[in-house]
Design a protein around this ligand. Structure first.
Ligand code: SF4
Ligand code: SF4
Length: 413
């Protein structure tokens, strides 16, 4: 009887649930969904056992079983691993399975041993959204929905004072924040708009000014962007069902600023999707982002265009870093905070604030790093997802799911 080593590549993840085993290769994005079967139980159990270092023995007698043979052939054909002849004079092959080594600070967090004198905690904050004012002369129907799903303006009577913004900017200078989103209401309606813009303009970080397209023209764009190579202007083009003519004119008017503009398209219906494609193709817009959002009445559209069906889940392609990230933190939230115009600070506007601008920033960050709120909310924390074989492949829990009080991004049967 001939014996062989089956050796898995260290880019291959093995996940299992009650019925199936999923092999996923983070190098070539191939996958094998294998029904649990008695013929392969032993070899799969041995592969999963970390003490075997991803290499296990089988024999040509095992290959007489068709299920076993098919399994080995799939592993080889899709380049998940390789086989080599067993030789008792040679050592066992050693392959390190994909396993994330937690940085010290994460281990401390897990053990509830965060050190309150560790000033590096502040380095975990990467970007901040500052709503300088909630004042706005428009009355968009969707105003109360969109800011709960993405960085988006929202209307209120609140406004951050000049002193409050000075304090925030002072704190930002002590951090590693690389990106600041400045958002309204209508940012141009702030009572001290000009001095505030000057303060932001002096910061070396990337500044992204957000505005509804209705408030933007060549003059306002020139003022915001000035000569600042670190400034970008995000123009929210909505609602896309109407205003198309106005958008044509604005796109043409702003052509000279193209490199510093990001067009934001909010898709809420098939009409908005069609108009978005029309605009992007007609004007060859290259810097843009689009978001499929809930507007209070478009669940059918979300079912078609946002929630994932089985085929779409099957097509998800994630590299090893993103899978490790999905195992320990939430990439949608981690390292980000939002300061609203009433001075409250949020990691997610769908949940309670985590502090106010008067609080000590380090204390807020210690609290975020020591609990499983949004920054560390993974699919492992969602009941249905936690038992699902795709939990580390699916996108992390999002603000939309929180708003809809839904645990899954898939169209679950
Ligand atoms: S422009 Fe923004 S803040 Fe103003 S009403 Fe519309 S959604 Fe609300
Ligand atoms: S959203 Fe959750 S339940 Fe749905 S496929 Fe992804 S992990 Fe599974």
């Amino acid at each position: 009887m001939n014996k062989f080593w089956l050796c898995m590549k260290s880019s291959v993840f093995i996940w299992e649930d009650d019925k199936s085993i999923l092999f996923y290769n983070s190098d070539n994005y191939e996958r094998i969904l294998q029904e649990r079967h008695v013929s392969i139980k032993a070899i799969v159990d041995n592969l999963i056992d970390p003490s075997n270092f991803y290499s296990v023995l089988f024999s040509d007698a095992d290959m007489m079983d068709t299920v076993f043979e098919k399994f080995i052939n799939s592993i080889l054909e899709l380049e998940f691993g390789y086989i080599c002849q067993f030789d008792e004079n040679r050592e066992k092959p050693i392959i390190v399975p994909p396993h994330y080594i937690f940085p010290r600070s994460f281990n401390k967090r897990k053990n509830n041993g965060l050190d309150y004198s560790d000033l590096n905690i502040i380095n975990n904050l990467h970007s901040v959204v500052i709503q300088i004012t909630g004042r706005c002369s428009l009355s968009c129907l969707h105003c109360k929905y969109f800011h709960k799903q993405m960085n988006h303006c929202s209307k209120s009577e609140n406004e951050l004072s000049l002193e409050a913004i000075q304090t925030i900017i002072h704190k930002i200078k002590l951090t590693n924040i690389r990106k600041i989103d400045i958002i309204g209401g209508n940012i141009f309606e702030h009572s001290y708009f000009y001095p505030i813009m000057e303060m932001f303009g002096n910061l070396p970080q990337t500044k992204i000014y957000h505005s509804n397209f209705k408030f933007v023209n060549a003059q306002t764009a020139r003022f915001l962007l000035k000569d600042d190579s670190n400034a970008l202007l995000k123009i929210v083009a909505e609602p896309l069902e109407i205003w198309l003519e106005e958008l044509y004119l604005l796109i043409e008017e702003l052509q000279e600023f193209e490199r510093h503009l990001i067009w934001v398209f909010v898709l809420t219906s098939e009409v908005t999707l069609k108009n978005f494609e029309l605009l992007v193709n007609k004007y060859k817009i290259s810097h843009y982002e689009y978001h499929v959002l809930y507007n209070g009445e478009n669940m059918n559209f979300l079912n078609d265009r946002r929630f994932l069906n089985e085929g779409e889940i099957w097509q998800l392609k994630l590299g090893i870093k993103n899978i490790f990230a999905n195992q320990i933190l939430n990439r949608n939230y981690f390292g980000k905070l939002t300061i609203l115009a009433d001075g409250q600070i949020y990691e997610d506007e769908n949940t309670a604030p985590v502090g106010t601008i008067s609080d000590n920033l380090e204390n807020i960050l210690y609290s975020l790093m020591s609990n499983d709120r949004a920054w560390f909310h993974t699919r492992l924390h969602n009941g249905t997802c936690s038992n699902c074989i795709y939990k580390f492949l699916c996108p992390p829990p999002s603000r939309l799911e929180k708003l809809l009080q839904r645990e899954m991004i898939c169209i679950h049967p």
